[in-house]
Design a binder for this molecule. Structure first.
Ligand code: OOG
Ligand code: MG
Length: 257
């Protein structure tokens, strides 16, 4: 049997992102399973690397029930972050660059000395040099922001842009910090870091394990987004977005009008 056209699907999803044009879901029609979807994601990232982008980190998706419920997919997934996706803290994004952008509050880790694949993570403070509040801007390339598990994996887990706030040393507990997402000074979502797999530190174990299955090893100096603590909120032109994480501070971005 001939498998799905990995290169062709990657080209289609890459072009959809480049032109900010939604495409219909494709996994069911092309027989794409989760493993083949990660192969598409790899090809999609290679396409970016070929034009000069650099992989600078890894992101987890659907690590909270709030997100699983919002998206109707109940598996933890991971995707790649590149330098071009990074927006400086307080920076501005152009909503016209995206199809239907949404923002969500996250916790970021700055990776340090990581264990070899297959070894336990050991001390979190060895593996992570610093932590920060973060905002992820997600933008599914699928129409209506609606997808199956292999669709969203192939689409690099909707990754589009991210903002990392100021780094702090790893605090004693990360497992129950209050999280707020504010839009134009109004609270849009509230949650806790406990929503992220019970403790966002667990997201790192999952990231190492799940990416390792596909031969991807996390690197020192990479940014790691542990996953949203709340549901995502549409980003409107002109909006000012702040993610506030107790003990860690604030990350912010603006959408051009
Ligand atoms: C998939 C990506 C989910 C998260 O933090 O849970 C994600 C999506 O919701 O489009 O990034
Ligand atoms: Mg996210």
């Amino acid at each position: 049997m001939i498998g799905p056209d990995v290169a062709g699907i990657a080209e289609k999803l890459g072009a959809a992102a480049d032109t900010a044009t939604a495409v219909p879901q494709l996994a069911a029609e092309t027989g794409l399973d989760v493993d083949a979807a990660y192969a598409v994601q790899t090809a999609l990232i290679q396409r970016r690397v070929d034009r000069g982008e650099r992989v600078v980190g890894l992101k987890m998706g659907l690590t909270s029930r709030a997100k699983m419920a919002q998206m109707g997919v109940d598996e933890v997934i991971w995707g790649r972050l590149t330098d071009v996706m990074r927006v400086p803290d307080g920076g501005t994004v152009d909503v016209a660059d995206f199809i239907h952008p949404r923002v969500e509050p996250e916790v970021a880790f700055l990776l340090d000395r990581l264990p070899d694949p297959g070894e336990p993570v050991g001390a979190f403070t060895d593996a992570v040099r610093a932590v920060a509040p973060a905002i992820e801007l997600i933008d599914s390339r699928f129409a209506d922001f609606s997808f199956s598990l292999p669709d969203v994996v192939a689409d690099n887990t909707s990754a589009a842009a991210f903002v990392v706030g100021p780094w702090s040393p790893v605090p004693d507990g990360l497992d129950n910090l209050g999280v707020l997402l504010e839009i134009d000074g109004r609270v849009a979502q509230t949650g806790s870091t406990a929503a992220i797999l019970g403790d966002p530190r667990r997201a790192l174990d999952e990231g190492i394990r799940l990416a390792g299955r596909h031969g991807v090893r996390l690197r020192q100096g990479w940014v790691f987004l542990a996953g949203a603590a709340t549901a995502a909120v549409p980003l409107r032109p002109g909006a000012h977005v702040r993610a506030v994480v107790e003990k860690l501070g604030t990350a912010s971005l603006r959408a051009s009008s």
